[in-house]
Design a protein around this ligand. Structure first.
Ligand SMILES: Cc1ncc(COP(=O)(O)O)c(C=O)c1O
Length: 466
């Protein structure tokens, strides 16, 4: 008799692991094949196939608790790569980087202005930090279909100006740089505005979790946080802290994060102190090593890989047009114009596809892609899905995705797209259960009926066209 052990997480993780998923969500390092043309391939193969679970500390290898040699050198190199005054390695996720940033920048005397559309790590930390004043600025919705939002620059500026006029200006601002949905704030335009109108501002924290890669992109780098901060640091004597979830877009392990500072000695020292207090004292060597490799890879091959990501995103859009009938790339001039008005632009590597012409919901499509095609996506709505074309996506992966989507179309042969509002139906449209037609042949397809059909599909009911 074979023993079955109560190892539930192991079984689930093992089943997911053997699927060798292509992730159109994040974590380039989950696809080592994407490094096949890289000068770093052998280093990464070694990192991922050898046993880097070690407990050795100083004097053999220095740790986060006492930085004396190699970790210090590695962080210096990362600082050179990103062109910062200081870069720290964090291997407990950007959640902890953000906590460190707040702890180092805020005190009980702080007046903080905060973008509401920030990650929870900021909100929970700020909520439990005693400060003199905190004001949240709601985001603006850019596009209802995809849920894209942007910093409301005008509202933030108005609040900053009003506070200055009342003699109690904000000294700390916390904002986002990019969203997973594909909005990039033009920080080269926003930061000068905030500083011009907010002379009391002394510290600005910028969450660029999704955008470490874009610092190496031809089209996006000029709007990135570090570049913008460097141009302002001397003029305004402000300390900038920028956090990067390295694992989301570079070849780094999950939880690997960079905590950057463009600022003075005091600010850098405070960040180091806070890292010492808040970071685990047992950092994972594979994570730390991956942060070192990822910074060097980004410096040497970042441009090549960001060009490739952007080219693969264009390829995906082209193939959707050429090879698919009912999927379409979402592009909205109205959303682009709202983005422009709010000092934002689109990151074209986040490709949204409209699926409202198919008889499948985003949720169901995600399940089908995972179970039948070993493809992983994360973000979807009822009528659209998001594919993130990151450093770990190859041309072959894009072609595999298109084949999978063709298969989805094949299996969902009839689709909502065949039922046009205000036309006469050739078909029975039958939800099962209960098997009672919503539309019969010869009947006019009214708006109400079409909505009813879409509602049924959204609720997971199987729909037949006969
Ligand atoms: C904008 C943003 N900031 C910070 C984080 C936290 O990063 P991590 O998962 O590395 O802790 C996330 C996570 O998804 C995020 O989306």
């Amino acid at each position: 008799m074979t023993m079955t052990y109560p190892i539930y997480f192991y079984r689930a993780a093992h089943s997911a692991m053997i699927k060798q998923l292509i992730s159109f969500h994040t974590l380039p390092l989950s696809n080592l094949k994407a490094l096949s043309n890289s000068r770093f391939e052998d280093k990464y193969l070694d990192l991922m196939s050898s046993n880097y679970e070690m407990s050795v500390t100083e004097p053999f290898i220095d740790s986060i608790a006492s930085l004396n040699s190699v970790l210090k050198d590695a962080e210096k190199e990362a600082s050179r790569t990103f062109d910062t005054d200081s870069t720290l390695f964090i291997c407990s996720g950007s959640t902890v980087s953000n906590q460190i940033a707040v702890a180092a920048s805020c005190s009980s005397e702080s007046r903080i202005i905060i973008q509401k559309g920030l990650h929870q790590s900021f909100h929970f930390t700020i909520n439990s930090t005693k400060v003199k004043k905190k004001t949240y600025i709601d985001d603006i919705e850019i596009d209802e279909t995809t849920g894209k939002t942007s910093l409301n620059v005008k509202a933030m500026l108005d609040e900053i100006i009003c506070a200055e006029e009342n003699g109690n200006g904000y000294d700390v601002a916390i904002i986002n740089s990019q969203t997973y949905e594909g909005i990039q704030q033009k920080l080269d335009e926003i930061l000068p505005l905030l500083l011009k109108h907010g002379p009391s501002l002394k510290k600005i924290i910028i969450d660029e979790a999704w955008g470490a890669w874009s610092n190496f992109s031809t089209s996006l780098s000029r709007h990135c946080a570090i570049d913008a901060a460097k141009n302002l640091r001397n003029k305004y004597e402000v300390d900038f802290v920028v956090t990067h979830s390295a694992h989301k877009s570079l070849f780094a392990c999950r939880q690997a994060s960079y905590l950057h500072c463009i600022g003075g000695e005091k600010a850098i020292e405070k960040l180091k102190q806070m890292r010492y207090r808040l970071h685990t004292t047992s950092p994972n060597y594979r994570h730390l090593t991956s942060l070192d490799l990822a910074q060097c890879h980004a410096r040497i091959e970042g441009r090549m890989f960001s060009d490739r990501a952007e080219a693969n995103a264009r390829l995906l859009k082209k193939l959707v047009k050429e090879k698919l009938t009912f999927f379409s790339v979402i592009s909205s001039p109205k959303a682009d114009s709202i983005a422009q008005q709010n000092y934002a632009t689109s990151d074209e590597t986040k490709v949204w596809l409209n699926i409202s012409e198919l008889n499948i919901t985003g949720r169901r499509l995600r399940e089908v892609l995972y179970k039948e095609h070993n493809i992983y996506i994360s973000r979807y709505t009822e009528s659209c899905v998001l594919f993130n074309i990151h450093f770990g996506i190859t041309q072959e992966n894009v072609i595999t995705l298109i084949r999978a989507l063709q298969n989805v179309e094949e299996k969902n042969k009839w689709c909502i797209g065949q039922l046009r509002e205000d036309t006469i139906s050739e078909y029975f449209v039958v939800p099962y259960p209960p098997g009672v037609p919503i539309v019969v042949p010869g009947e006019r397809i009214s708006k109400v009926r079409l909505q009813k059909i879409k509602k049924c599909i959204a609720s997971g009911v199987s729909m037949k066209l006969l």
